[in-house]
Design a protein around this ligand. Sequence first.
Ligand code: PNS
Length: 164
Amino acid sequence: MARTKIAVYPGSFDPITNGHIDLVERTLRVFNRVIVAIASNPNKDDSLFSVNERLEMIQQVFRAQGKRVQADSFEGLLVDYAEKVGAGVIIRGLRAVSDFEYEFQMAMMNRELRPKLETLFMMTGESYFYISSRLVKEVVSLGGDVSALVPKSVLKKLREKFKG
Ligand code: PNS
């Protein structure tokens, strides 16, 4: 029987967007299981949503995928977390060339720390090239419409946060 291949897809997911979801769907075409892992850093937390809120949103979005998509959070180094959950691959999305430098540095640092852990870059779907959680939050905070960029459940949570 083929070995189960687990990929870990780390990020802030503050909140999860349609771009992230597209990437998870692409990843599922290659791997048996994906763990969407929220990096939690209690010492530097300027997130809009708490880790629990982010976890709930991710769980809700991927409910239909069953065990193939798992939501989790971790503190500390990503490479240690990947080892703990038995993932051999880190997935990151590339939207544009501008993402590359930051992503390249992280991938190389992670390789330095764990040479056998691979980072795999997936190209985000064309319709999602311009989406980022940061811009989504900014647009909602200023009253703009992001209904095409995030799932309905996330949109509801965003509107609740910025209400009043
Ligand atoms: O969605 P983001 O904010 O671009 O994700 C960045 C993330 C969470 C992947 C990165 O900051 C990370 O891996 N954090 C965990 C701590 C760690 O391992 N840092 C060293 C990275 S080389």
